[in-house]
Design a protein around this ligand. Sequence first.
Ligand SMILES: NC(=O)c1ccc[n+]([C@@H]2O[C@H](COP(=O)([O-])OP(=O)(O)OC[C@H]3O[C@@H](n4cnc5c(N)ncnc54)[C@H](OP(=O)(O)O)[C@@H]3O)[C@@H](O)[C@H]2O)c1
Length: 242
Amino acid sequence: MFVSSAISLSPPGRAVGRVSGRHEDVGEQFARELADLGAPAEFVRADVRFDADVKDLVDRAVARFGRIDVAFNNAGTEGTPGPVTEVTDEGYQATFDTNVKGTLLCLKHEFRVMREQGGGSIVNVSSGYGLMGYPGATLYVGSKHAVVGITKAAALEGAAHGIRVNAVAPGYTRTAMYERFTGDDTARDAVDSVLPMHRAGTPEEIAEAVQFLGSDRASYVTGHILLVDGGLMAGGPLFPSS
Ligand SMILES: NC(=O)c1ccc[n+]([C@@H]2O[C@H](COP(=O)([O-])OP(=O)(O)OC[C@H]3O[C@@H](n4cnc5c(N)ncnc54)[C@H](OP(=O)(O)O)[C@@H]3O)[C@@H](O)[C@H]2O)c1
């Protein structure tokens, strides 16, 4: 049984177990697509900022499937980017409530179930920005660094209970967030051209890493942050572009 706190779709929009998010139309369609592929799936509307929603998601997963083997805590937002001098309470909440509190609430309820069943595997989502800074994105960068720390601490708490906790740290990935971040095709081409592989990653490439970390193939991997960034962090922004 697999539970995911959010779905990442490749624009224009098109991925066993329980998937969630806040938009029922997107979630229901996604669950139908999974079912058509032979993977029984069910959508549950859940906002990870709220304890009751996450508890409901996890409890309903257990009620339907009996256990949670793998949990993917993918929900995230870029919040309201801007300079540090313009940080507001609203901007802080918009970013940290989903990226940090949401991750913590997911871990809280997943741990409750996994401890009782004797183990499980959890994959959080940080970012390349969880390992480096970026001007104008202080809140997002801070929130994704927090996910790195939370992942490591939770991994140590889970280790003796058979619970592995890891994170993927994607580089630029072609999702709706990337479309918003880059703006238009011209800006997108400009970003792509300075990336080591001259392209952003795909959700499928991130999913491969999540699948590995979630599976028994990674049975001795915990507290790890797996970069999936096409080499972006290998050289930093000043690497010689070929
Ligand atoms: N795309 C990139 O370049 C990139 C790079 C590094 C890391 N990431 C991380 O990858 C993850 C997925 O991002 P993405 O690129 O797929 O972004 P996206 O296209 O904006 O999708 C975000 C997903 O998170 C869900 N979500 C947002 N806030 C939520 C909340 N409070 N409760 C429940 N679900 C929520 C959204 O569903 P609803 O709107 O229906 O709730 C949506 O399914 C995020 O954690 C993001 O920070 C992305």
